[in-house]
Design a protein around this ligand. Structure first.
Ligand code: URA
Length: 271
């Protein structure tokens, strides 16, 4: 590896690589720099010769043939989700769902973690690099902060005690490339699985972690406005909260997050 014409030794190169990964880089690109500003605004489409017109006799028959259309991804997801009678069946249905392109770039299908008997179900956005590698939600830095936050109100993903446990999943089970935001179409495709997931776990309370979870469950964005205000999602009380990844970047927002955790604790104590 070279920077500004200087050779790096092994350890400096490794540190530089780790730093880039920490910043979110997740793939290597070409050796030569590419000046994106020098590229034309739009590249000309290659000229494709017009296909020869079919013989006149063939034309009416072709006009009657409907254009081949793929299956409706949301409908297929709804049917697959509705057919899942258990969490294991739901996991298998998601693993077998082929109409979301995200799965092609992901290493794992990240389904859920924690205690399915828990009273609290947390819904996050999508797996990141660590989650994709380990196949479990919220295991990276944000996940470690999330575990500490919920431990502070007596909740853990590792306990068999349903009263003291939480269960956790994401809107999307596959990592979006480069950790980009989930697209509305991806959320819409996977929403039937999420709705069924909530039905099967049947939690008393839901926590919506960040904008993607609010978009999926409430049809609304604007987490800084929504957070702390109890809403209804999937027919049960739901509390929007700022995502722990946001809290890592904006530690001053932890004060409001703490207020939200106390609100959750109070709601649990009330029955
Ligand atoms: N962020 C999320 O929303 N979910 C994860 O699983 C990890 C990071």
């Amino acid at each position: 590896m070279q920077t500004q014409g200087h050779d790096l030794d092994y350890y400096a190169a490794l540190a530089a690589l780790e730093w880039q990964i920490e910043l979110g880089a997740d793939c290597a690109i070409g050796d030569d720099p590419l000046d994106c500003y020098a590229l034309p605004d739009h590249l000309e489409k290659p000229r494709v010769p017009e296909p020869a017109a079919p013989p006149a006799a063939a034309r009416p028959a072709m006009a009657r043939t409907p254009a081949p259309e793929g299956p409706d991804p949301v409908l297929v997801a709804q049917q697959a989700a509705a057919g899942a009678a258990t969490l294991e069946a739901l996991r298998a249905a998601i693993e077998g769902y082929e109409l979301c392109d995200l799965r092609k770039g992901a290493r794992s299908t990240v389904f859920a973690d924690g205690n399915p008997k828990a009273r609290v179900m947390i819904i996050g956005e999508a797996p990141g690099r660590d989650e994709d590698q380990q196949g479990k939600p919220f295991v990276g830095r944000a996940g470690q902060l999330l575990d500490r936050m919920f431990a502070a109100i007596g909740l853990s993903r590792a306990t068999p005690d349903a009263e003291a446990a939480f269960y956790i999943t994401n809107v999307l089970p596959w990592r979006p490339p480069g950790n980009r935001d989930p697209e509305p179409a991806e959320i819409a495709q996977m929403l039937p699985f999420l709705a069924r997931h909530v039905e099967l776990v049947d939690p008393d309370l839901i926590v919506l972690m960040g904008n993607a979870a609010c978009a999926a469950a409430l049809g609304k964005r604007g987490i800084l406005r929504l957070r702390g205000n109890w809403a209804e999602a999937f027919g049960r009380p739901a509390l929007p909260m700022t995502h722990p990844a946001y809290l890592l970047r904006q530690p001053q927002a932890k004060r409001e997050a703490w207020a939200d955790l106390l609100s959750l604790r109070a709601r649990l104590n009330a029955g």
